[in-house]
Design a protein around this ligand. Sequence first.
Ligand code: TTP
Ligand code: MG
Length: 350
Amino acid sequence: MERQIIHVDMDCFYAAIEARDNPSLRKEPIAVGGRSSRGVLTTCNYEARKFGIHSAMPNFIAIRKCPHLVILPVRFEAYRLESKRIRSILNQYSNLVEPLSLDEAYLDVSSDKRNAVSIANDIRRQIRRVTGLTASAGVAPNKMLAKIASDWKKPDGLFHIAKEDISKFMSSLPVSKIWGIGKKAEEKLLARNIRTCGDLQSYSSLELTHLFGKFGGELYDLCRGIDHRPIISHRIRKSISVERTFSTNLESLEACAEKVESLFQELEEDLFRIKVDRKIAKLFIKLKFSDFSKTTVERVGLAIHESSAQALLREAFGRKALPVRLIGIGVRLATHQASKSSQLEFEFQN
Ligand code: TTP
Ligand code: MG
């Protein structure tokens, strides 16, 4: 079966967060890094890249190239928070998500009937809506190509390498784009006049092994666009939920009930879209009151139906005589163990 892999990579991630949080700097060249003149830049926005500035460049060189460059200190906590929000979006689109760093991840969407390109565009839109940041995506039949593709149309772009285009794409691709080829390997290849993957394809597996050791064997496949590495996800999803904070607090049970109706619809859509290989153990509702206190009511054995959610709402609402500022509804998933046994109270009913 042909695989459908998406690689998502945020655009100038740290710098984009700084620009978002400092609107007055949005059009300025911005870099993030230690401020001392002996430090190096962690990253910079695309405005700064126009001046030839890039990550790992010493500050003093960057300032020489662009005297009005704004260098901001690293705020790691802020970046980690955005990364978490992005990851929870990605997790809605596949059970197989493999994060590579704070700002990039692979998704395997092979089992999804929808077109992988439209899934990737949905993901990009959703990330933008939730975080205000732009992401680029690559769509291809394997990891190596998806990662190359996500870089192709940066920033805020998407590139798709279809199976039938691989051979043409690889023939002109510079060898430096291959995962695992660093500066040294590139020089070694250039010395033999090998510039593109097409050039590399004329070497036998044995010759490549001779040149690069064990990696040579992999290179034989990689330069043809062949990569069988699977997406490895370490995450076990415990629940699926939707929640909403309201701009004005809800004073009555009726007002809450109305919101539960639409939230439940959203939850149903998510349950339909997200492919979960386990059973649902519980339905729950969460309320946050105007004093910021929270309460959760959850119950096994309820049908996954709006009326169940409304019953839970009545119970939760009755716990405090306070207006409600947030409502969440969700389901807790059974463990794999429990899903295998037949003692479950119910399954999700459409
Ligand atoms: P990258 O995705 O490599 O770079 P980027 O997101 O800044 O820019 P691009 O649009 O080209 O993807 O790295 C993600 C973040 O990781 C980056 O914002 C800062 C951090 N980072 C480091 O801490 N050290 C590094 O050497 C690099 C390259 C990035
Ligand atoms: Mg990035």
